[in-house]
Design a protein around this ligand. Structure first.
Ligand SMILES: Nc1ncnc2c1ncn2[C@@H]1O[C@H](COP(=O)(O)OP(=O)(O)OP(=O)(O)O)[C@@H](O)[C@H]1O
Length: 459
């Protein structure tokens, strides 16, 4: 941790501690850091699922008090437990709470104590379950999320390493008795399968970690190489999630490139999950079949893929409705929806890239706490942040844009939850200093008059 450039000394970081051996080791290591020692905030959830959880809570409270650590804790009340899918619901509750703790402490770094055995179990389970190659990357050491960075500093250590460290340093921790329950698939992998594989080769965990890193690198390269091909082949990609590609350009590539490119477009542009291998094979067959110039295939969640002579069209069967905004009031912006504005133009904030000639697209990188976004009328005194560090008055901007005074009254702003102005809609976007966070796209379909005002946009 001292060697990595994950955080600066004194930076607030949130550490997810369950009182199990893994997270108690992580906490002890953080406390003993001599360099780059962060300000630790312990986040703990009592799921109220086991009898001993009360004792665990008291233990952690005492530990944090004795070690002068800030503790944020929350109980998941039994009345809120669902009947089914308790594990997934518990995880959702946990991460929801971690977000709150990050926000409250102005932190963007969350640490969990996942280790090498967790990674191997996850990879094996995914391998057995089947799916896309991307998902086989077990657990990332560092992952960019909507709330910041999720870091797993113990990923290159085995459970055994951690237990040894804990005993040598006389740490105290709690064993989760549900870890022994063989009705849970993960426990079967942990207790029955992994020990056998380790017996075959004691270095097996290192190899899994290495495979995971190689796979991640290959997938990154794959995406980097496919992105420019996608830009060449895609003719249009509109905000209603309709993608049109030029098949005559696609045909020039090998079958494998074609297949990978289509998969890339489906997964990363259109965000379609759970694509069956069968469906992809059928699609490849349809594209290669010169006898069949037209054809259609259904994909999950109402997606359809259409071959129409030289065009490949991917679209949803049901069109999303355009929501008309109510003039005169502030309104919240739901992602991936179009809104009509009082000046006749349309805009939306989309989670994936949208391309068309008549759209003005501005990528925005925002922190979790900046959502939800909303739209409001401008007020005198409103200022837009510029790239050079200065600000421009919205009033001045409208004057420069020669906006008639009756239209000035109707000018609307896109603002974050904490009140920052992101754009004067139809006129200009602010400069955003954020480099990490959730990426969304402000897409504006301007009216004739707004799009003719050249030289005003793209600061
Ligand atoms: N009740 C909890 N309170 C705080 N942190 C927790 C809690 N449970 C788990 N964690 C954190 O998550 C890590 C992984 O825990 P565990 O393996 O039990 O969860 P998982 O469900 O398998 O993983 P994930 O939550 O990433 O899906 C722990 O090492 C710890 O850092």
């Amino acid at each position: 941790m001292a060697q990595h450039d994950w955080w600066q000394a004194g930076q607030p970081i949130v550490v997810a501690v369950s009182t199990g051996v893994d997270s108690m080791v992580l906490l002890a290591l953080l406390e003993h850091l001599s360099q780059r020692r962060p300000q630790v905030i312990v986040a703990y959830v009592d799921h109220c699922l086991r009898h001993q959880s009360r004792q665990e809570t008291i233990f952690l409270e005492n530990y944090c008090r004795a070690h002068h650590l800030k503790l944020a804790k929350k109980s998941w009340q039994p009345k809120d437990h669902p009947r089914h899918g308790i594990e997934a619901a518990a995880r959702h509750f946990r991460y929801q709470f971690f977000r709150e703790v990050l926000k409250a402490n102005q932190s963007t770094i969350l640490l969990t104590a996942h280790h090498g055995d967790d990674l191997a179990e996850t990879m094996l389970m995914k391998l057995v379950r089947g799916g896309q190659l991307d998902s086989l990357i077990g657990i990332d050491e560092v992952r960019q999320t909507s709330f910041g960075q999720l870091i797993r500093p113990l990923l290159t250590f085995s459970k055994n390493d951690l237990r040894q460290f804990a005993s040598t340093n006389q740490l105290r921790w709690f064993e989760d008795e549900t870890n022994q329950d063989l009705a849970i698939q993960r426990n079967r992998f942990r207790h029955q399968i992994l020990p056998k594989l380790k017996a075959e080769n004691p270095k097996m965990l290192d190899h899994f970690i290495n495979y995971s890193q190689q796979l991640k690198s290959m997938i990154t390269v794959n995406h980097e190489l496919l992105a420019p091909i996608a830009d060449k082949v895609v003719v249009s990609f509109t905000a209603d999630q309709r993608l049109v590609a030029d098949l005559s350009k696609l045909i020039g590539y090998s079958n494998q490139v074609q297949l990978n490119l289509i998969r890339y477009l489906l997964e990363h542009w259109l965000k379609i999950d759970n694509i069956g291998l069968n469906q992809l094979a059928q699609l490849q067959h349809l594209l290669a079949n010169a006898q069949k110039p037209q054809g259609k295939l259904n994909f999950p969640n109402h997606w359809q893929v259409i071959k129409r002579y030289q065009q490949l069209i991917i679209e949803k069967k049901v069109d999303k409705p355009i929501i008309k905004s109510k003039i005169g009031s502030r309104f919240m912006v739901i992602l991936d929806r179009w809104y009509s504005l009082s000046n006749g133009s349309k805009f939306g904030v989309f989670t994936s890239k949208v391309v068309a000639d008549h759209y003005q697209v501005t990528p925005l990188i925002l922190l979790e706490q900046q959502f939800p976004l909303s739209v409001r009328y401008w007020h005198p005194g409103d200022r837009l942040r510029l790239k050079n560090g200065g600000h421009q008055k919205v009033n001045r901007l409208m004057i420069n844009a020669k906006l008639p005074s009756e239209q000035r009254l109707k000018t609307q702003l896109l603002v974050t939850d904490d009140g920052d102005i992101l754009a004067v809609l139809g006129l200009k976007s602010a400069f955003l200093p954020t480099k990490q966070g959730k990426r969304v796209y402000l897409v504006e379909q301007r009216t004739q008059s707004t799009s003719e005002r050249k030289g005003i946009n793209n600061e």
